[in-house]
Design a protein around this ligand. Structure first.
Ligand code: NAD
Ligand code: WQD
Length: 340
């Protein structure tokens, strides 16, 4: 029988792409999402692309009444927990909201796992947990949690501790922590992608708003870093590759003996801000207006993953380039602009 996966935040940017890959691999998918940062149309787009409509519950993951209903009615083999708030700047202004949503969603799910005998949870962590660590590339066994610069990042670290302790204390409970680097790109159909409602903080959404004329130029945050072109280096991973990492992690966790495993999901390669701008210009035949501005507080010069562990233990192998991601993201935003 096909395995059933509860995907929290399954209509969001990474969640929606993962749902598609799960459906393509014959998993039964149940989504719970309160639409705080996504749109119900995404469900139709998933159905259009996959030919399958997953079961959907519009609810907050902290709502235990709804969770009880789901877990009572369906046998959940595994949870993939994407739901949460992710705007770094907002988390500084509203820390209690971020701690509440990002921690209490996990606690509610863990309670259900115990109550209904669900043994597996995969969690969306982040490269942000590496904090001020400067030893590159980042490997999973490094110390984490020191020098995290904002409440959002702290909630990821606390979730890691919480999930590890949960797995240790319980018999036969399995946890996989996935540390994402910088997800960019969109689905090839142009139907799924990322289009934040407010002025974006992240590089690619900002680039896209400039490319479609909603903002007049990009500011590159500093060109005096100790990097080849002076701009910061990050590990940008196509969201389709990232999504596939979850399918591989799911297949791992369903037969896993260990209690908790951690995997970086990036490409293992770094690209500078200017390399992204140039790649975007080249593949889309445009000339993105940009200015060089001051450094942004809290930015590290370089961040990129070692993906050897994910390669070896999950068979993870990213296939898309930053050029693919720039093409797909622009294709998505051109189709999407002015629709909301
Ligand atoms: P997203 O905002 O697009 O998706 C999150 C989804 O969760 C949205 O659909 C939102 O409506 C939903 N949601 C939020 N709070 C909820 C709640 N209380 N109950 C139910 N649904 C809720 O974000 P994303 O980029 O797809 O990120 C997914 C996960 O990956 C998040 O946990 C995020 O912190 C983590 N992550 C993201 C990045 C990134 O750069 N995008 C990097 C590292 C980690
Ligand atoms: C990338 C690079 C900026 C905007 C953040 C979170 C992290 C994770 C991913 C969730 C940096 C530069 C950006 C702009 C720029 N999210 N930049 N002009 O900071 O690596 O990571 O998102 O877990 O937790 O902190 O990503 O996209 O904000 O920045 O020059 O207008 O682009 O300085 O070098 P970051 P980002």
């Amino acid at each position: 029988m096909n395995k059933t996966v509860l995907v929290t935040g399954g209509l969001g940017f990474i969640g929606s792409h993962t749902v598609l890959d799960l459906l393509a691999n014959d998993y039964e998918v149940i989504i719970i999402d309160n639409l705080v940062n996504s749109h119900i149309e995404v469900l139709d787009h998933i159905a259009t692309i996959s030919g399958k409509k997953p079961l959907f519950f519009e609810a907050d993951v902290r709502n235990e009444e709804v969770l009880n209903k789901i877990f009572k009615e369906y046998h959940i083999d595994a949870i993939i927990h994407f739901a949460g708030l992710k705007a770094v700047g907002e988390s500084v202004k509203k820390p209690t909201l971020y701690y509440d949503v990002n921690i209490n969603t996990t606690l509610a799910l863990l309670k259900m796992m115990k109550k209904y005998n669900c043994h597996n949870i995969i969690f969306s962590s982040s490269a942000t947990v590496y904090g001020e660590s400067r030893e590159l590339p980042f490997t999973e066994n490094m110390n984490v949690g020191v020098g995290i610069k904002n409440p959002y990042g702290e909630t990821k670290y606390i979730n890691e501790l919480l999930l590890k302790d949960f797995a240790t204390s319980e018999d036969d409970m399995h946890v996989i922590l996935l540390r994402y680097f910088n997800p960019i790109g969109a689905h090839k159909s142009g139907l799924l992608g990322e289009d934040p409602k407010d002025i974006p903080n992240n590089l690619m959404p900002y680039v896209l708003k400039v490319a479609v004329g909603e903002l007049d130029h990009l500011t590159v945050f500093g060109d005096d870093y100790d990097t080849p072109d002076g701009t910061c280096i990050r590990d940008y991973i196509h969201v389709l590759d990232l999504a596939h990492g979850h399918v591989l992690a799911l297949s791992k966790i369903l037969g896993m003996k260990d209690k908790c495993e951690i995997y970086n999901l990036g490409t293992g390669k770094g690209s500078s801000v200017l390399e992204i701008v140039h790649a975007f210009n080249n593949v889309n035949h445009i000339k993105l207006p940009y200015v060089i501005g001051p450094r942004r507080e809290g930015d590290a010069a370089m961040s990129f993953a070692s993906i050897e562990k994910a390669r070896k233990e999950l068979g993870f192998e990213p296939i898309y380039t930053i050029e693919d991601a720039c093409l797909d993201a622009f294709n998505f935003i051109k189709k999407h602009v002015g629709k909301e």
